[in-house]
Design a protein around this ligand. Structure first.
Ligand code: FAD
Length: 464
């Protein structure tokens, strides 16, 4: 068996792994990237962020054509959805992204080894018929969909988001277990194109980990798409009956209920993935959750082996994985990078989009911090009125003592992009006054931030 020597061996080519590999190569290291599948990009590029956003965009176009184009004076006759093309375009978007990654690996002279990586000992990883010998290793093996006790995702009728992104035909009905980010995004995709969607959520609100006002506003918004949202439901079973899925659950009053649909999509979170990696040979143990424990510089219990992304603790987000990939490459390179985990934005790509950064109102209440909460509605934004996207608001949470911005929570048009501006400000510990004194282009969706910060600084907004 051939042994190849590298400075840094990265295991897993998702956003954590490929960004880490690129940054390490930029810093002058000889880098290998091991990837189990034939394509690069991991969950995010192949069966996560990118395909989900492609279908969200297509379904939003269709929905707007059906319900809003007439108001713009655009008359369409015979509107219909070609579902095969809908899925095909998504696949092409994925391909553009995965091909781009092949180019980036070549450009940065990163050696890509396809095959399952498995530790032989603390300094050697077997991939296919080669052994990659490394001074440093970075585990970026990501996560896989989780399920509930007693529910098997058979990938036929009881499916995960992976299958929901590539169904063979448009379903007439779909039950989604879980009203978190993935659940509400896929619910939006299918409801917009006419599938009857029911969400069963265990908690008392949608997207329960975000600021609760966002969940409530999103619930109202999704109800306009005729999504049947059932909260406080405890799902007990989901069974493939051949041509349908039957879901059994206890409703909010503890009554036993049963629902049938073409598909049941299980979206109850994801579990860290280390199968086949043979961590024992590297002397690394996982936690009960399956995650790999790391210290502040993301070192595992073996000091030359690091772990990043979904496989360690923290939000399971592509941009979090990417930042950790950069951080580890720079730590290995002798730099002193810093990652502020409080300022990782959280985004839901429904329409209107939902985005937040910093502390939620619930967190501030629990920690006893004195704060002021202010809200500016998109109804009062000229840009939003021009595009008929007036649903939602910008909510800012400001420290009562020094006016520092502690949290920004948005439901509204292009919230995913607008939140970046708030994050930049918060990274510099700005006050609400400093934020409203910035000149925002007119008319833009981000202008809503200015008015929200004016209110947050205890002043009057201009536009309400
Ligand atoms: P992954 O992307 O999971 O990559 C891990 C890679 O490691 C995989 O390619 C895997 O094949 C490989 N691997 C595993 N074991 C081995 C081994 N032993 N040897 C070699 N290779 C191995 N996040 C966002 O920030 N924004 C979004 O909009 C968003 N949307 C999402 C939508 C959906 C439907 C889903 C499912 C997820 C979404 N996410 C989103 C989450 C995001 O995809 C993950 O947080 C991100 O992919 C994690 O990156 P990672 O590099 O840690 O792992």
């Amino acid at each position: 068996m051939e042994t190849v020597n590298y400075d840094v061996v990265v295991i897993g080519a998702g956003p954590g792994g490929y960004v880490c590999a690129i940054r390490a190569a930029q810093l002058g290291f000889k880098v290998a990237l091991a990837e189990k599948y034939d394509v690069l990009g991991g969950t995010c590029t192949n069966v996560g962020c990118i395909p989900a956003k492609a279908l969200l965009d297509s379904s939003e176009h269709y929905h707007k054509a059906a319900v809003q184009f007439g108001t713009h004076g655009i008359d369409l006759e015979g509107l219909h959805l070609n579902f095969q093309q809908f899925i095909q375009r998504k696949q092409e978007v994925v391909k553009q992204n995965t091909s781009g990654l092949v180019y980036l690996m070549k450009k940065n002279k990163i050696a890509v080894h396809h095959g399952l990586g498995s530790f032989v000992n603390t300094h050697q990883l077997k991939v296919g018929d080669q052994v990659l010998q490394g001074r440093y290793f970075v585990i970026a093996t990501g996560s896989k969909p989780a399920s509930l006790p007693g529910i098997t995702i058979d990938k036929k009728r009881v499916i995960s988001s992976t299958e929901a992104l590539s169904l063979p035909a448009q379903p007439a009905s779909m039950i989604i277990i879980g009203g978190g980010v993935i659940g509400v995004e896929m619910a939006s995709v299918y409801a917009r194109i006419g599938t009857r969607v029911t969400i069963l959520e265990y908690a008392g609100s949608l997207i329960p980990t975000m600021d609760q006002e966002l969940g409530k506003a999103l619930q109202k918004s999704l109800a306009t798409l005729s999504i049947d949202i059932r909260l406080n439901c405890q799902v007990q079973s989901a069974v493939n009956t051949g041509n349908a899925a039957v879901v059994g659950y206890l409703d909010k009053d503890g009554q036993q209920q049963e629902l049938t649909a073409d598909y049941c999509m299980v979206a109850v979170g994801r579990r860290a993935y280390t199968a086949g990696l043979n961590l024992a040979a590297a002397g690394i143990e996982t936690m009960k959750s399956g995650k790999i424990p790391v210290n502040k510089t993301l070192q595992t219990s073996a000091p030359h082996i690091y772990a990043i992304g979904d496989v360690i603790e923290g939000p399971m987000l592509a941009h979090k994985a990417e930042e950790e990939g950069t951080l580890v490459a720079e730590v290995i390179g002798g730099l002193t990078p810093h990652l502020n985990y409080n300022l990782i934005p959280n985004v839901v790509y429904t329409w209107p989009e939902v985005a937040s950064v910093g502390a939620t109102e619930e967190q501030l209440k629990a920690s006893g911090v004195a704060y002021r909460s202010s809200k500016f509605p998109y109804m009062a934004s000229a840009r939003a009125r021009a595009s008929m996207d007036t649903e939602g608001f910008v909510k800012v949470l400001v420290a009562a003592a020094y006016n520092e911005v502690l949290g920004v929570h948005i439901i509204g048009p292009r919230a995913a992009d607008v939140i970046g501006q708030a994050a930049v400000g918060m990274a510099h510990e700005t006050t609400a006054e400093e934020m409203y004194r910035i000149c925002y282009a007119h008319p833009t969706y981000s202008e809503a931030l200015k008015d929200a910060f004016l209110l947050g600084a205890g002043k009057s907004a201009i536009n309400i």
